[in-house]
Design a protein. Structure first.
Length: 336
């Protein structure tokens, strides 16, 4: 396992009293996986990632990260990982290329190799011609891609990406997706948070859903979507007077749930909606009832969030943090 964590807890002391941001998280990430760590703002995902990356100390619990014990050998963990935080990690007055080379040299990479690899990553992440530019002169999207270069330049086997595509345009997002897939093909393991559900669906082998500091769901994107109560079907009627009759027919279907009528539309969820629909339409036609339209929607990851957490991920503001709104020096660990 590249990551193996058991019972991770993180408690912060605030003026309002102790706040437990993470409440006993267990998680495993296998070598070579791309794992999405998703949850609404305040769920505990950034705090968990920061613990695994040795940026904050767990209040309790254990973890092995990239083969090193998180508590006993944090330096060993740091040597083996790459970390791209939500906020920028470059100095405004610094030259972009110098930041990349200095970062790589901290990991023992030679200056020549750091320069060659950094310039290659600049080209791959659409930053050509910016090697000698000051960081403060770069656009928001360019600075975000520079952060990602710094997280990758020392070729870590485990990469933490915290909201990696926030602020990127669609073309840059697609480019980064392909780069992430390429990293996995070369043997890297990637643990990422994102507020973009299409990103998680497209990239991740597995998804972990955290809410209120606890893991509430885990599985492949498809397996998680199958946990939602079937496909959503909407039948639009030519005459709303037939809605009660159609509702009665729908209620006889095996597995039909959430049957609702709204004027001339009858909606419900049913497993394998595509295979159920032909028989249902024959029944409705046999009753002499005319339909104006039929819609079938497969469950989405947003449906998963709604089912697991009672809220939609899209309702939250992107690029939030789940740690207390205090300066780092004000945050104190509460030791049990």
């Amino acid at each position: 396992m590249m990551i193996e964590a058991r019972g991770l807890v993180r408690t912060f002391k605030t003026k309002r009293g102790p706040v437990q941001a993470v409440q006993g998280v267990d998680l495993d990430v296998a070598d070579g996986e791309i794992v999405g760590f998703l949850g609404p703002n305040g769920a505990g995902k950034t705090t968990t990632m920061r613990m695994l990356a040795t940026l904050i100390t767990p209040t309790s619990g254990t973890a092995t990260v990239a083969g090193c014990d998180l508590a006993k050998d944090p330096v060993g963990v740091r040597r083996r990982i790459g970390y791209v935080p939500q906020s920028g990690s470059t100095l405004p007055e610094a030259v972009a290329g110098d930041e990349v080379v200095d970062h790589a040299r901290l990991y023992g990479v030679s200056k020549a190799k750091a320069t060659a690899d950094g310039q290659r990553l600049f080209d791959e992440l659409d930053l050509p011609g910016l090697w000698r530019r000051q960081c403060k002169t770069l656009s928001g999207g360019q600075r975000r891609r520079l952060d990602i270069v710094m997280g990758l330049v020392h070729e870590p086997k485990l990469i933490f990406l915290d909201e990696p595509t926030t602020g990127l345009d669609p073309q840059a997002r697609a480019n980064l997706w392909e780069h992430i897939r390429g990293l996995r093909r070369r043997g890297a393991t990637i643990f990422l948070t994102t507020h973009y559900l299409d990103e998680a669906d497209a990239l991740c082998d597995r998804i972990l859903v955290i809410d209120h500091g606890r893991i509430v769901a885990a599985g492949t994107p498809e397996a998680l979507k199958q946990q939602v109560s079937g496909d959503a079907v909407r039948l639009s009627l030519a005459d709303r007077a037939h809605a009660p009759a159609v509702t009665r027919i729908v209620q006889t279907l095996d597995g039909a749930v959430e049957v609702e009528t709204d004027a001339d539309v009858v909606g419900f969820r049913v497993p394998r909606g595509g295979s159920v629909l032909p028989g249902l339409l024959r029944q409705i036609d046999a009753e002499g009832i005319e339909l104006q339209g039929v819609e079938v929607h497969r469950p989405t990851l947003d449906d998963v969030f709604l089912t697991m957490t009672g809220r939609s991920l899209r309702d939250d503001t992107p690029a939030g943090t789940d740690e207390p709104a205090l300066a780092p020096e004000q945050q104190k660990e509460v030791v049990a």
